[in-house]
Design a protein around this ligand. Structure first.
Ligand code: AHR
Length: 845
């Protein structure tokens, strides 16, 4: 599909008339068609995380409307010191409980407070006595003894209620007032400084029964710090089962609908599919804590909700039907993710028996029947009764979420055969990644690898799909994001994702679906580090990554075009980017170390004192300090002695003496350690691999990866060696007794990526180019096999700095700019901006 030549050094322009040196050449071949680019490619992943739904996409304005927020996932859960503790269940992989603690909090009434003015006397409490709905039994009992200056039950929404002048808000309240009560209730909307924005009186039935009251409140002003109040004019006992407030204007005017601005933002991504309900919430902390779709349909007031493993209760308001409606409203296909009888394997890993799993299979079949079954079926009839006799566009079912291991593989086969037998038209997705795990199942339509990584990973793996064998299954990249070391999600993250997406699009015969994750974040509850779209109660903002997604989705070709590229690599990967600690270690060897000194990048020499124990952090091994030397006597692997006195980075030198006393290898020298342990850093492995070679390795979480050449090297016993290591920004050198033994240089970095295709509807050649360097890229583009018009379009997303980010204060700092361009030709040079994703749309003549 694509050939790429990478040059490090000077690249001569083929165009002598060009004043700037061309640093990349892309040849686009129109003489043959590449693979068809499937319309399913770019979709979205919804999960109730970071208040993505409640307090986000879902239109409800009141927090904890059903008063169920403090209900535990089941009676075996406990709360300890503000944390939620699950019961001790067996993790099916570990064979013993792996329990963990989860966010709970100390507020007994999230969202609600009782306002008593002056001397007023009143109290509130939660109760499950005489419930209105057995499925959502909790209600709020307010006892007003003496209202005097005023008593109000107040809801402050999801970090304030956003109200707009002259707009109407639909109140639905299910309340009970005693038959001895002779008054009514007053409801109000309040803005900043207590300003009254709306007021209505509810004539209550006062019959001791649950009654439903519905009315509209019209705001006379705009506020983002609104509150909703129920005022009690007289004394009495008042019970509230459900109090809900919705903007009348929701996305596409749906009742129980979505917040328009957030929904429009998602619509803007032109999603081919929507995944629901997640994510880890599919699995739950324990099985009783999983999302059960049947509890998310029907009257919202009767839905119990579920404690959400991301730290709050989800109302189930954006339930299964709302998700399917939203698919219709956005023109997307639905993807339902079912639980396979396994709870989250990163949490408790509880698993039911294979016999019990039959119930989970039936539950998944029922969900499918609800979405696409005939109205004569049990669940198709429920859908029809809910006002939707026609089937919904459900096309995919993912079997489990992030499950793995033999129990999962067996379950997958059980679910796959049961669902396929009944619904052969559905595409079924397994949780397997790119490894060999998938071989242990009979058949899957798609696998679902996930990547949450640092930018480097995406840059280096933009070709990861190029050589994967075709024909066994397709790939749905169900969750991916660059979320490490990129602030809240900066341009570097976005560009690395863009680079990775060029690889997905180029291989879209194999990677037929992809969705970034997580999708949404209410900025008041960031439970996950980096999310695509940020919101508060009145703003919604796309990060630069959002615009990358949008640009790819808006500019999909019908099929790919073959290209070849020659790229002049102008940057190298930094070898050492941070300052860090130095230390010694051994591997099945006994070694003595002495006379350590370092010279830092300013030329200052710092000498270690091996007699001063306070300078040394003794980790693994048996370390003894005698006469200015440290000796390691055990036979353990990867022992550690870290010097805490100095941190050094690029431009420094490490010198010491070492003598091997016994054992099978030489010794280890740690440097650039982020902390005084082997969490992250580098090491020189001297006389490693059975005392045969030396090499430089990177350290991650107590394991290491060799990054340099391995050079022949042997350490003899009872001989002092003078060791010197010179560390520079782009490499390192290792000397023994003045002789250079090993030179390591960082690899040249590719930071330029592209993919090209053809749009049959518009007869345009679409070329997408990522330039993730700090300099303009002057790129020679040759269109072979077609003539093109001079006029075309260019869409550019760029930032001054890779660290730049959009924010709620500056939401459009980074956004795509489209221009009409009139210098296209069959052969032309285009200047791609620094830190940019650019899409060229050229019209074929
Ligand atoms: O996207 C956030 C979480 O990441 C998802 O819930 C889970 O599937 C993955 O671990």
């Amino acid at each position: 599909m694509r050939k790429q030549l990478l040059f490090f050094g000077l690249f001569l322009s083929l165009l002598s008339c060009q004043t700037q040196d061309v640093d990349m050449t892309i040849d686009v071949d129109l003489t043959s068609k590449g693979n068809k680019v499937p319309s399913s490619l770019y979709g979205i992943f919804f999960e109730e995380i970071n208040h993505a739904g409640d307090g986000g996409l879902y239109g409800e304005l009141l927090m904890n409307r059903s008063f169920e927020e403090r209900v535990l996932p089941d009676k075996n859960y406990t709360v300890d010191n503000g944390d939620l503790l699950p019961p001790e269940v067996i993790n099916h992989l570990e064979g013993h409980p792996t329990r963990g603690r989860f966010k709970w909090g100390n507020d007994p009434y999230p969202g609600w407070s009782l306002l008593k003015k002056g001397e007023a006397e009143a109290s509130m409490e939660l109760t499950t006595n005489s419930p209105n709905y057995l499925t959502a039994p909790t209600s709020m009992l307010v006892k007003v003894k003496n209202p005097l200056d005023g008593v109000s039950l107040v809801n402050s929404g999801y970090w304030g209620i956003h109200l707009k002048k002259d707009e109407r808000y639909a109140l639905r309240m299910i309340a009970r007032t005693a038959n001895t009560y002779k008054g009514n209730l007053v409801v109000r909307l309040i803005g900043a400084n207590g300003k009254e924005l709306a007021k209505e009186t509810i004539t209550t039935n006062n019959d001791g029964k649950w009654n439903e009251y519905k009315l509209f409140l019209t705001a006379n002003d705009t506020t983002t710090v609104g509150k909703f109040c129920i005022d009690f004019p007289r004394e009495g006992n008042f019970s509230f089962d459900y109090v809900s407030l919705f903007p009348e204007k929701t996305f596409k005017g749906r009742k129980n609908g979505m917040r328009s601005d957030v929904a429009e933002m998602l619509q803007g991504l032109n999603p081919a599919f929507i995944r629901w309900p997640g994510g880890c919430v599919v699995e739950g902390i324990t099985l009783n804590n999983r999302i059960e779709w049947k509890q998310t349909i029907g009257d919202p007031a009767a839905r119990p909700g579920e404690y959400d493993t991301w730290g709050y209760r989800s109302t189930g308001g954006f339930g299964y039907k709302e998700f399917l409606d939203f698919c219709e409203d956005t023109g997307a296909k639905g993807m339902f993710v079912c639980n396979v009888g396994i709870a989250c394997q990163a949490r408790t890993g509880e698993a039911c028996s294979d016999k019990e799993a039959e119930l989970f299979i039936q539950d998944a079949l029922d969900a499918i029947e609800y979405a696409i079954g005939d109205v004569s079926t049990t669940w198709g009839a429920v859908r029809a009764k809910a006002g939707h006799p026609a089937p919904y566009p459900l096309s995919y079912v993912e079997i489990g979420n992030e499950n793995f291991g033999p129990v999962y593989d067996k379950r997958f086969d059980m679910f796959y055969s049961a669902i396929k037998a009944k619904y052969p038209q559905l595409k079924l997705i397994s949780n397997h990644g790119l490894g060999d795990g998938v071989k242990s199942v009979v058949k899957t339509d798609l696998i679902d690898p996930h990547w949450y990584v640092a930018p480097e990973y995406f840059f280096k793996n933009a070709t990861i799909f190029d050589n994967i064998e075709r024909g066994n299954y397709q790939i749905y990249v169900g969750e991916y994001a660059c979320n490490q070391g990129v602030g809240g999600g900066n341009m570097l993250a976005a560009l690395s994702e863009a680079a990775f997406i060029t690889g997905m699009e180029r291989n879209s015969d194999l990677v037929t679906m992809a969705s970034y994750a997580p999708l949404l974040e209410n900025v008041n509850d960031r439970g996950w580090p980096t999310n695509l779209i940020w919101m508060n109660n009145h703003q919604v903002m796309g990060r630069s990554s959002y615009y990358v997604q949008k640009m790819f989705a808006d500019n999909m070709p019908s099929y790919n075009l073959n290209t070849t590229a020659e790229i002049n690599l102008t940057e190298k990967e930094p070898f050492i980017s941070q300052e860090g600690y130095v230390g010694f270690g051994t591997w099945s060897t006994q070694t003595m170390f002495r006379d350590l000194k370092v010279t830092d990048s300013k030329g200052e020499v710092i000498v270690a004192d091996m007699n001063d124990a306070s300078q040394w952090i003794v980790g693994k091994g048996e370390w003894e300090s005698t006469d200015g030397a440290y000796t390691q006597l055990s036979n353990e692997n990867r022992t550690t002695l870290i010097w805490n006195k100095a941190k050094i980075g690029a431009g420094s030198t490490i010198e010491f003496q070492a003598q091997k006393l016994g054992g099978s290898e030489g010794f280890l020298v740690y440097f650039g350690l982020e902390n005084t342990d082997l969490g992250k850093g580098y090491m020189l492995n001297v006389g490693g691999w059975g005392n045969s070679v030396s090499a430089i390795e990177t350290i991650h979480d107590n394991s290491s990866t060799t990054i340099s050449e391995k050079v022949a090297d042997k350490i003899n016993e009872n001989q002092w060696y003078n060791i010197k290591i010179v560390v520079s920004e782009f490499g390192a050198e290792y000397f023994v007794d003045g002789d250079l033994i090993l030179t390591h240089e960082s690899e040249p970095l590719n930071r330029k990526f592209h993919v090209a295709g053809y749009d049959e509807d518009t007869n345009e050649i679409i070329i997408k180019v990522v330039n993730a360097t700090d300099k303009s890229s002057f790129t020679q583009i040759n269109i072979n096999g077609a003539e093109v018009e001079k006029e075309g379009a260019v869409i550019t997303l760029s930032a001054k700095s890779k660290e730049d980010e959009n924010s709620l204060e500056d939401p459009y700092k980074i956004m795509p700019v489209e221009i009409q361009y009139n210098k296209f030709a069959s052969s032309f040079v285009y200047e791609f901006k620094p830190n940019s994703l650019t899409i060229l749309r050229l019209k074929r003549k």
